[in-house]
Design a binder for this molecule. Structure first.
Ligand SMILES: [Zn+2]
Length: 347
């Protein structure tokens, strides 16, 4: 989850009504409903069909197409009569040719990007921390995110079977690190299971700049209603307030967001979320990790851990490898097409 506690009225009521020890996951879910009530009061039951006809169904191994990043894909209406079933995920193979991948069945990276990331730095931010639930006092501390104050961090959500979001995000981030490292990038994790809790969201936001990263990405799993499924990407709204000024990263982060939606969908077969966001994309101004970042950054909610179908996928190591592949492919495309985009804008 990404800061559902940001909606102050609802959160405050919830916090007053619950003890710190009991908060954790129920608050995450309850906060989500509060958010729906506050910000999405329109009819949500007839959610649009997952955009299976989206341009994001290209094969994962296809080289990046620079021109595609300029297309406002969100404007494309869902084709009527399109089958509602999600696309079939790429069949795992036994070839597993990438030496850096942590498990078999990893598709080969595009040939032209196998070593194309030398000299580039990526900051991966695994959402939450498995130890947060044992450090509620520390993570409930308020931090400044520019336009408001917010909890240092949250515990995140989990599947009904108890597989935690924090475990998920760390595993997928490590898998993505292996792929990107094999392609020549330097990869820094905001946390690598090497600290008892946190870091706080403002420190996570600074981590990109601290690492001198070219790009940053925060990995999450959502805790929405059990009936909803699918993934979505969260991009930064422009926030210039207090210590926050992310104006310079809004455009490149949007480009990254479109690439991530395309590549994650292609690698995993996961449909766009049918219970939140729009066509798999959201833009938010309440996330410290985006408000305070000075390098291009987006969040991905890889699926809804409270939905049985998504939970089954996210608990499967092979699917997590596909998720990592989609994330790595998007970051690779972003880094290998950036110069061309900038040249076009500068000419
Ligand atoms: Zn989260």
């Amino acid at each position: 989850m990404t800061g559902s506690a940001a909606r102050p009225p609802r959160r405050s009521a919830l916090l007053r009504a619950t003890t710190a020890a009991a908060v954790a996951v129920p608050l995450c879910t309850a906060g989500w409903f509060g958010w729906r009530a506050l910000d999405h009061s329109g009819p949500a039951g007839a959610a649009a069909a997952p955009a299976t006809s989206s341009p994001g169904s290209a094969p994962a191994a296809e080289p990046p197409a620079p021109t595609a990043t300029d297309q406002p894909a969100t404007d494309q209406p869902a084709a009527t009569g399109t089958p509602l079933t999600p696309p079939v995920a790429p069949a795992p193979t036994d070839s597993g040719p990438t030496g850096g991948a942590p498990s078999a069945g990893t598709p080969a990276p595009p040939a032209d990007t196998a070593t194309g990331l030398a000299g580039r730095t990526v900051l991966l931010d695994p959402g939450h921390n498995p130890g947060n639930s044992a450090h509620t006092a520390e993570i409930n501390r308020q931090v400044d995110i520019g336009n408001t104050r917010k909890e240092c961090d949250t515990t995140g959500t989990e599947t009904n079977a108890g597989y935690s979001e924090a475990e998920y995000t760390l595993d997928v981030s490590r898998r993505a690190r292996a792929i990107l490292t094999a392609r020549g990038a330097k990869v820094v994790l905001a946390q690598d299971g090497d600290r008892p809790w946190g870091p706080c969201i403002d420190e996570r936001a600074r981590a990109g700049a601290d690492a001198h990263a070219d790009v940053a990405l925060s990995v999450h799993g959502d805790g929405g209603p059990a009936s909803g499924s699918g993934f979505h990407v969260i991009m930064p709204a422009r926030v210039v307030a207090g210590k926050a000024d992310n104006a310079a990263i809004v455009d490149p982060s949007h480009r990254l967001g479109l690439l991530l939606r395309e590549r994650f969908h292609a690698a995993t077969g996961e449909p766009y979320a049918d219970y939140t966001a729009k066509d798999g994309l959201d833009t938010r101004s309440d996330l410290g990790g985006l408000n305070l970042s000075t390098v291009p950054k987006v969040f991905i909610e890889c699926g809804n851990m409270r939905n049985s179908t998504d939970a089954k996928r996210m608990t499967d190591p092979q699917w997590r490898q596909q998720a990592a592949q989609g994330i790595a492919d998007a970051l690779t495309a972003f880094l290998t097409t950036q110069e061309k985009t900038e040249e076009r804008h500068g000419s």
